[in-house]
Design a protein around this ligand. Sequence first.
Ligand code: GDP
Length: 323
Amino acid sequence: MNIDDLVKGIAAGERRALARGITLVESSREDHRAQATALLAALPKEREALRIGLSGTPGVGKSTFIESFGMMLIAQGLRVAVLAIDPSSSRSGGSILGDKTRMDLLSREKDAFIRPSPSQTHLGGVARRTREAVALCEAAGFDVVLIETVGVGQSETVVAEMSDVFLLLLAPAGGDELQGVKRGIMEMADIIVVNKADGDLKPAASRTCADYAGALRLLRKRPQDPDGFPKAMMVSALQESGLSETWGEVQALTDWRRANGFWARARAAQARYWFEQTVKHTLLAQLEAPKAKAALSELSDLVAQGAIDPTKAAQDFVAQLER
Ligand code: GDP
């Protein structure tokens, strides 16, 4: 594969080149990893998309929301990419997110790019590849990159580490549902979006929205928030109401963060985080190499037999790795 051509294609905003680039970063073949690294290093750096993280449990309406929200952005002349982190894909082997068929209208738009979650054996691998895919979308000139995840815990943290704004999508619920959202996840949210505020569900949506607004007020104030944030609001993805208000709030928040240095600071902290994560993963991957595994098991046996001191064995092993 010619990396220069790929870089050119991506920089020109070609979706096919972008798709090929993402396939490359998703590959775990060693030669592909080397090409992917070269590709990422050669990408134009000056482009910056707005990265929106979106989380919610299955059935709250994530795909419906992305479809309506994405179509609204496209109508405003923006280019929209949708990526997904699906922690379940490693278990089931199949992806339940970012599926093209779930976003029927959006997937037919030339200004949209939808990519399902890469299937990997562990969240760390999926996370790194998704972050790299975000970088590719950004270089391809997308204005907004939506990063979707299922609300099951760990994956939100990962998405928050690659987003500028984090939206938590909820459905209307009874009074005691509030406890169903883990505090840690609430603390990550910039905007809680209560979906399905339509028809019979509207009163319940109002109550849920008020409950969460109250809960958000009890959280410790974060320096990266202007007055009024984090906030809760209502939408109907199905009836397409509240979407432009949501976009307005996202813009108000990001404008403020840009003007007050928090945008740049968060991006710098994220770059640092991903650098450190990649170092850790690379070192851990070295332990998985057959030669290292064999040496580890051999030394481990000697340690168990009392033939060698654990500290000394560990030092010898690490020294061997470094060679
Ligand atoms: P996901 O699993 O989070 O991606 O949820 P989906 O977008 O697939 O939606 C799950 C179900 O909720 C579907 O039957 C949708 O039609 C429905 N749904 C999504 N958004 C709304 C909405 O705004 N109002 C109502 N009444 N139903 C909705």
